[in-house]
Structures are given as C-alpha cells and as structure tokens.
Design a binder for this molecule. Structure first.
Ligand code: NAP
Ligand code: HSE
Length: 422
C-alpha cells in the first residue's frame, strides 16, 4: 500500500483526498497498488472541512512519519513549502505539488536536490490540462518555437463575465474566489503573476531557461475598464490575459499581459475558467490543449495523475524533462523594451482644438503609425476619451510616446495601453 500525506487540505487538498477515496478502486488498479491518504495538515484545525482523514497542524507529523511514501504539498506560498519539500526529499519521500509560485523561484534548486527522487507538478500549470506531460514527454522530439496560452482561470473567468455580461470587476473577482479559482492572495491572479509563474515553468521545460518573474514583462488586468471592453467589441476583439514564450533569432521572449485578440481566433473563444495553450514544435507544427484551468476537482485530477505515475514508475522522466542542460546556444531573454506589437491606447483629454493633432504628431515622431483613431464624448462635455490602435511598432517607442503624451497639458489621466495580438 502507498501512503500519502497532504500538507494543505484546502480547496485542492480536499478534492484530492475525496477523489482518491471516491475512485479508489479505479486509481489503485491504474497505479498497480492501493493508494491511501493517511494524514492531512492544515493551519486551523477548528475550520469545518469536507474530508475523511486525520488532520494535524504541524507538517512534521507527515515529514517525520517514515511510513508515508508521498508528500503532497497543497498549502501555497513560496519559502515555507520549499523548506517542507526539501525536508521530504532529504527523507527520500516522493513529492507532488501544485505550487507554481514556489516553482517559479525554486524549480532548478528542486531538480538538483531531488536527483532521482520523483517530483510531480502537473497541477501547477493550467489546472486539469496535462500540459507538463505533453511538453516533457509528448513533444520531446521537438524544438519548441512558441507557446501561447491563457493560463489563469480567474482572469479568464473575470474577463469573460465582464465582456459578455457586463458584470463589474469587484463582483466577478468575488465570484471567482467563492468558486475556489483564485489564489489565497488574488493579486497573484489579476496582477498577471500567477500566469507568469506558469509560463516560467513551461519555458524551463521547453528551453531549459531558468528565468525568474522579475526578468520578464508582467502586466495584469486591473486597468481594463468599460471603455476598453466597448472598443474591443466594436472592433471585433476579445480581451484575454495571454502568456507568450517565443524563440526568435536565438533569443527567448517571455511575456504576460492582457491583449486584444481577434474574435475569430481560437484563443479568443476560450472562455470562463477554461485555459487553452498552443504549442508550436518544429516537427509536429501547432498542437492545442484546452480544459479547466482552476478549481478543486480539476486540479486534483492533475495532482492524482502525478501520484499514479510515481506509484507506477517511480518517475518516468526527469523533473524538468532534461537529463543534461541544453542551453548550448546561450539563449538569452529579449529585453522588455525590444518586444514588437500593435498597441491600443486610451487617453482622457480636454475636448479642445489641436489635441488630436498634437497626439498624432507625438506618435509620428516615435515612428508609430496609427491604424484607428476614435473620440468618445464623456459625461463632462469639456472632456473626451480618445481611443487609438497602432500598427506594429517597438515597445520602447510606444513607451516613449506615452510618456510624451502624458506630459501634454490637456491630457488629464494616465494613458492606458493594451497590446493587440492579431
Ligand atoms: P487553499 O484553499 O488556500 O488551501 C491551502 C491549505 O493549506 C489550507 O488547508 C490551509 O489551512 C493550509 N495551510 C496554509 N498555510 C499553512 C501552514 N503554514 N501550515 C499548515 N497548513 C497550511 O489553497 P488551494 O486553492 O487549495 O491551493 C493550494 C495550492 O494549489 C496553491 O499552491 C495553489 O497555487 C495551487 N493551485 C490551486 C488551484 C485552484 O484552482 N485552487 C489550481 C492549481 C494550483 P487552513 O485550511 O486551515 O487555512
Ligand atoms: N488561481 C489560479 C487560476 C489557479 O485562476 O488559474 C489555477 O492555477
């Protein structure tokens, strides 16, 4: 019998314990051995929970129990779970985690410490979609040219409800929290950090690159307002939080930001809590993955897949999918300001002669060509909102232009910029 200890019996931990009980016969048959959760650890023992396992409030109850074979870390955070996982590995226990925040910083450390001890983390990216296994195993013959995905269920759920039903930001965030989609601190979701953590994990497998969140462009959805949504609808776009990794001329571009996406594109049709990822390999071409990106049961499905793999095979592939480093080409990251994109700008200005001309002049001076320019009246008839879409240009140029526009005397608020992904 394989004994499991779960550190963190919250949304995902409870689902893992309950599914392992509900589907015990099937899962044990697939794994080849009976699998039983023998202990769980929480921080507050007085909370009411929907599980049938003995609970403790000290992780050492699991770590010091020599009969436990696999430690499942589902508590969240970064440094505390890192200490717990290290101790589990030193004690030669296999580890399964869904913790992308931890992996965004410590995946290479863990690969080194673990050696041949299995660590599974399928649930850390895109909830129930088996994207880690697809990259590590299914696409191992390929040079990965690009990964583009919707990797945060909370943001996708929020944007879908804001666009399709006009629900307001705070209300829809509360809903996502109640449904168990959001992180304990939801600024990780809406600020784009959670999607960035996941992108960094995928790019390690794809490119062997050990980038940290501080190294890449990360923007969230907090600034998306009704005007942007109306512009998107009028011009045939949806708004999605995209995570993008691309290989270009020996450099890797990694970025997370909201984007206006043409409504006819497949990625624009991924709605609600669903995640979707396109991976382009040099041999296979484009492959697509779609499924629930958050929520207790969907995530538990991925956690349990790791447990089953570990029980069956120990671990059939190394943690990050490579046995030797393969950064032979000295891959470096594209600087944030060197990214190229089309852009949408929203500006709040005085409604007076010369305003449009001055803004157009600044854009022209920065080598930015305008595709669309619109003026919307505001409630205050001395003010107007200007909406502008550009042709492709360099990030450095658009940032300089925004800086110049914001210093004009008749521009009365921060300029909002959203990238366009056509
Ligand atoms: P959660 O509902 O907040 O559960 C966290 C659990 O950990 C709770 O049981 C909590 O105890 C326990 N805990 C926290 N700090 C602890 C400590 N210092 N000592 C002992 N126990 C502690 O979180 P979750 O949504 O299940 O997420 C768990 C992990 O899965 C996170 O890393 C998250 O990023 C990841 N994940 C979540 C989802 C999702 O859809 N929710 C999807 C993919 C990955 P109490 O219950 O007593 O507070
Ligand atoms: N908070 C995360 C999300 C959970 O909304 O996608 C899944 O990783």
């Amino acid at each position: 019998m394989i004994k499991i200890g779960i550190v963190g019996v919250g949304t995902v931990g409870q689902s893992v314990a309950n599914i392992l009980e509900k589907n015990k016969k099937l899962i044990s048959a697939r794994a080849g051995k009976e699998i039983t959760v023998v202990k769980g650890v929480v921080s507050d023992l007085s909370k009411k929970r929907d599980v049938n396992i003995p609970l403790f409030d000290d992780p050492n109850e699991i770590l010091d129990d020599d009969s436990i074979d696999i430690v499942v870390e589902l508590m969240g955070g970064t440094e505390k779970p890192f200490e717990i996982i290290k101790k589990a590995l030193y004690k030669k226990k296999a580890v399964v985690t869904a913790n992308k925040a931890l992996l965004a910083y410590h995946r290479f450390d863990l690969q080194k410490i673990a050696g041949d001890i299995p660590i599974g983390y399928e649930a850390s990216v895109a909830g129930g979609i088996p994207i880690i296994n697809a990259l590590k195993v299914g696409l191992s013959a390929n040079e990965i040219m690009a990964i583009k995905g919707i990797l945060n269920g909370t943001c996708n759920y929020m944007l879908t409800k804001m666009i399709e039903e006009g629900v307001n930001y705070d209300e829809v965030l509360k809903e996502a929290q109640e449904l168990g989609y959001a992180e304990a601190d939801p600024t990780f979701d809406v600020g784009g950090f959670d999607a960035a953590h996941k992108l960094l994990i995928l790019s390690s497998i794809a490119y062997g690159i050990d980038a940290k969140p501080e190294d890449i462009l990360i923007e969230g959805i907090e600034e998306i307002k009704k005007d942007d949504i109306e512009f998107a609808k009028e011009f045939g776009y949806s708004i999605k939080l995209l995570a993008i990794a691309k290989k270009n001329n020996g450099k890797i571009e990694l970025r997370v930001h909201p984007a206006l996406v043409n409504k006819d594109k497949m990625i624009a049709k991924i709605d609600g809590v669903m995640n979707g990822i396109s991976v382009i390999g040099d041999c296979v071409g484009e492959t697509l993955y779609y499924g629930p990106g958050a929520g207790g049961d969907a995530t538990a499905s991925a956690v349990i897949s790791d447990i089953v793999e570990i029980v069956r095979a120990g671990q059939s592939s190394p943690m990050l999918g490579f046995k030797k480093p393969f950064l032979s080409e000295n891959l470096t990251l594209v600087q944030k300001v060197d990214i190229h994109s089309e852009y949408y700008l929203r500006m709040f200005v005085n409604d007076e002669p010369g305003v449009l001309a001055s803004i157009a002049e600044i854009l022209g001076k920065n080598a930015i060509s305008i595709e669309t320019f619109l003026q919307r009246p505001s409630d205050n008839n001395k003010k107007a909102t200007l909406l502008c879409a550009t042709h492709e240009c360099r990030e450095r140029d658009i940032l300089n232009a925004i800086n110049d526009i914001e210093s004009l005397p008749f521009v009365s608020a921060k300029v909002v910029m959203i990238r366009i992904d056509k």
